[in-house]
Design a protein around this ligand. Structure first.
Ligand code: THU
Length: 133
């Protein structure tokens, strides 16, 4: 594993994944967001019979964190049971950027970490508050 140790965050995301509500897709995802003070806030995907109201693990984690008063973040881990775990979807990239800025995005599966990216590279031309000045 390269870079700083993310094992606590990875384990938190794996634990959150076990609480996923994924009865339609069967694809369980966990996320763990690290706030600047080191607090870990987790999320899992929560699906809905209407499908479209499904919320991804990353957004659940970020909305929980914002609602608890956290405003600055360092990194987020996303875990799925896949050889190549998913990077955040477009909607999640927008939300992570809005509230977390250029987070480090760490991908992992149930066995190992599989990749690290900066959010600015995954989301290179954002529409954000700067466009509303
Ligand atoms: N999902 C996430 O929770 N995060 C991702 O990064 C990709 C997709 C969820 C949404 C849906 O519940 C399931 O995975 C299949 O798309």
């Amino acid at each position: 594993m390269s870079g700083s140790d993310a094992s606590v965050l990875v384990e938190a995301a794996r634990a959150a994944r076990t609480r996923a509500q994924a009865r339609y897709s069967g694809f369980k995802v966990g996320a763990a967001l690290e706030a600047e003070d080191g607090t870990v806030i987790t999320g899992c995907n929560i699906e809905n019979a209407t499908y479209g109201l499904t919320v991804c693990a990353e957004r659940v984690a970020m909305f929980k964190a914002v609602s608890e008063g956290y405003t600055r973040f360092r990194r987020v881990v996303v875990v799925a049971d896949a050889a190549a775990p998913p990077p955040p979807c477009g909607a999640c990239r927008q939300i992570l950027w809005e509230f977390g800025g250029d987070l480090e995005v760490i991908l992992a599966n149930l066995e190992t970490e599989t990749g690290r990216h900066q959010l600015r590279d995954l989301f290179p031309m954002p529409f954000d508050a700067g466009n509303l000045d």
